[in-house]
Design a protein around this ligand. Structure first.
Ligand code: SF4
Length: 210
């Protein structure tokens, strides 16, 4: 049970239900290969059946943690922070991003877009999910659209989502990990046919790093 004072700190973004934090290499999407400090915040109700971080879903399992202490850790390591989850936009991210930016640390987010956008972002990777679609406002803010491909219908979904983002948005198709052998040849064909799309691989999984 969270007391009122902690709840207020969470509401103001000065505490976040932290699942894990680690320094690694961004494995996916536009910034693949870049060293970054990852902050994984608990809580998600989007319900992707193939989710590889289901432990993140129940926010109450992840202790409210001082945002300042997270920032202290981040600044020891990297000049880029990736905020991920779970669904990080379930929480107020204005405080953490303004503090990071005041330290000249780039702020990146990975989100399904299912909750209102908070925070100031140098890079927004929108990864929409059919089970809980993004709110309309985030499409024009996204720098990168990353659609996970697990079946044939996901190509149609990808095009529907791409029609909503701004035309400078980078477009990526990424095979769902457990279906990668089946879907990869189809993704290759699709990208060669529609070259506005690029392929994103979960290179951290091939490299065996977090
Ligand atoms: Fe998992 Fe992300 Fe889907 Fe949430 S949005 S269920 S964390 S893959």
């Amino acid at each position: 049970m969270i007391n009122e004072e902690i709840q207020q700190q969470i509401n103001s973004g000065k505490m976040l239900p932290l699942m894990e934090q680690f320094y690694t290499i961004q494995g996916e999407g536009f910034h693949t290969g870049k060293a970054a400090y990852f902050i994984r915040i608990g809580g998600c109700d989007v319900g992707c059946h193939w989710c590889d971080v289901k432990e993140s879903w129940n926010a109450s399992l992840h202790p409210p943690t001082s945002t300042d202490s997270i920032i202290e850790n981040a600044k020891k390591h990297a000049n880029t922070v990736v905020v991920t989850g779970g669904e990080p936009l379930m929480w107020s991210l204005d405080y953490i991003t303004s503090k990071l930016q005041s330290l000249s640390i780039k702020t990146h987010i990975e989100t399904s877009g299912a909750y209102p956008l908070s925070g100031n972002w140098d890079w927004i990777c929108l990864s929409p999910k059919k089970t809980k679609l993004p709110l309309e406002g985030i499409y024009k803010e996204a720098h990168e659209l990353k659609v996970i491909v697990s079946n044939n219908h996901d190509f149609k979904f990808a095009e529907e989502q791409a029609a909503k983002v701004k035309n400078t948005c980078e477009l990526y198709l990424q095979p769902e990990w457990s279906k990668r052998e089946k879907m990869m040849p189809l993704i290759v064909d699709f990208v060669m046919k529609y070259p506005k799309w690029k392929i994103s691989l979960q290179t951290h999984k091939y490299l065996n790093i977090p």
